[in-house]
Design a protein around this ligand. Structure first.
Ligand SMILES: Nc1ncnc2c1ncn2[C@@H]1O[C@H](COP(=O)(O)OP(=O)(O)O)[C@@H](O)[C@H]1O
Ligand SMILES: [Mg+2]
Length: 340
């Protein structure tokens, strides 16, 4: 394997320490950054972590000084704006630096959840019925939508603003939660039909040929009947809460072989119609009738060691180091095929 110079771009606050020195990495905010940097180093690559906040010249300078073979992109925002990740990647394209993960167009399409759903809908890929409630407009329920509904931010990620109260059963609850998204998250609200059922995740990678890993599932073992089985911010990020309510994830429990095929086919089509490359995770829900819906498409998903994406790759026999190497290779190959 060729040793590469790899610059790793990450949020300025998430630059990891060189050594753990007893700090538990499981709860550290820079866990992914630490895993990627330390594993790439162990693999023999020359790695330079670079923290970014809002200054493009830092990116340019790092490229000029270090002359990397590739940039490993761990940025999920720029200057506090989540959807600016696509602009950073566009900047890297202009600088002609190969980078890991998804291309700017794929990022743009997937990050705008409504636009993404419109594209899926056009291609007859099932996704819940929805309506957008823009900030500053009167809240009027679209008659197409049947309660229960779920209210989310149109653009935020990581379950920001998703709580038990996000699932609403009547007009009053709907209005209250839409207002919450407008006032607290300061974004438009996306209101979708609520799919009661199982939550599945599909990890995939590739440029033109894409590989699909084992289907993953989110389990709620000790969550009371009254609670909605959804991935709220607490479910995703609060270790104590996860323990208390028996929340875990792992290979999906029994799925009929034809269901599994249907899910894989659906995810590959979504990946293709959105023009994704690199790596992505698709979130799905399956209701009691075993109907499947795509909830969200996540290009550049979380890739900390031991987390869902890396674990489902490991299930397919791919070590964490191999996974990172493949992500690098895909980025390099993508730019080679495009540079003209
Ligand atoms: N239409 C829906 N029906 C049921 N649950 C949903 C729906 N939309 C979102 N959820 C729940 O909310 C979680 C977060 O929503 P998602 O759209 O994936 O946003 P995020 O970008 O924050 O992950 C999902 O993982 C799922 O548990
Ligand atoms: Mg999600």
């Amino acid at each position: 394997m060729k040793k590469l110079r790899v610059v790793v771009f990450m949020h300025e606050d998430l630059v990891p320490p060189e050594k753990l020195n007893g700090v538990p990495k499981e709860s550290a905010p820079w866990r992914t950054e630490y895993d990627v940097v330390s594993t790439l180093r162990k693999m023999g690559h020359e790695v330079r972590p670079v923290g970014i906040r809002s200054d493009l010249s830092v990116i340019r300078q790092a490229i000029e000084d270090f002359k990397p073979h590739a940039a490993f992109n761990l940025l999920e925002e720029f200057d506090g704006v989540a959807v600016y990740d696509q602009n950073v990647v566009s900047f890297l394209e202009l600088l002609r630096v190969p980078y890991t993960g998804c291309n700017p167009r794929g990022l743009m399409l997937a990050r705008d959840k409504a636009l993404c759903k419109k594209i899926l809908h056009y291609h007859r890929i099932p996704t819940p019925e929805f309506a957008v409630y823009p900030m500053g407009r009167i809240i009027k329920r679209s008659k197409r939508l049947q309660f229960p509904l779920i209210v989310k931010s149109l653009i935020e990620e990581a379950s920001l603003g998703i709580a038990q109260a996000s699932v609403v059963y009547d007009e009053a609850e709907l209005n209250e939660r839409v207002r919450f998204v407008h006032d607290k998250l300061k974004t438009d609200a996306l209101v979708e039909e609520y799919i009661d059922g199982r939550e599945l995740y599909v990890a995939m990678m590739g440029n033109s040929r894409r590989k699909v890993f084992a289907i993953w599932e989110l389990f709620f073992e000790k969550l009371g009947e009254k609670n909605e089985r959804i991935a709220t911010a607490k479910v995703k990020w609060d270790l104590k809460y996860q323990k208390k309510f028996g929340i875990s994830s792992g290979e999906a429990k029994v799925l009929a072989p034809d269901k599994e095929k249907e899910i894989v086919r659906m995810c590959k089509r979504a990946y293709d119609v959105l023009g994704l490359n690199g790596y992505a995770r698709i979130d799905l829900r399956m209701n009691e009738k075993e109907e499947i819906f795509i909830i969200e498409v996540n290009p550049n998903p979380q890739i900390a060691e031991g987390e869902d994406f890396a674990e489902s790759a490991r299930k397919a026999g791919m070590s964490y180091a191999e996974l990172l190497q493949r992500i690098l290779n895909l980025g390099i190959r993508w730019s080679q095929n495009r540079s003209g």
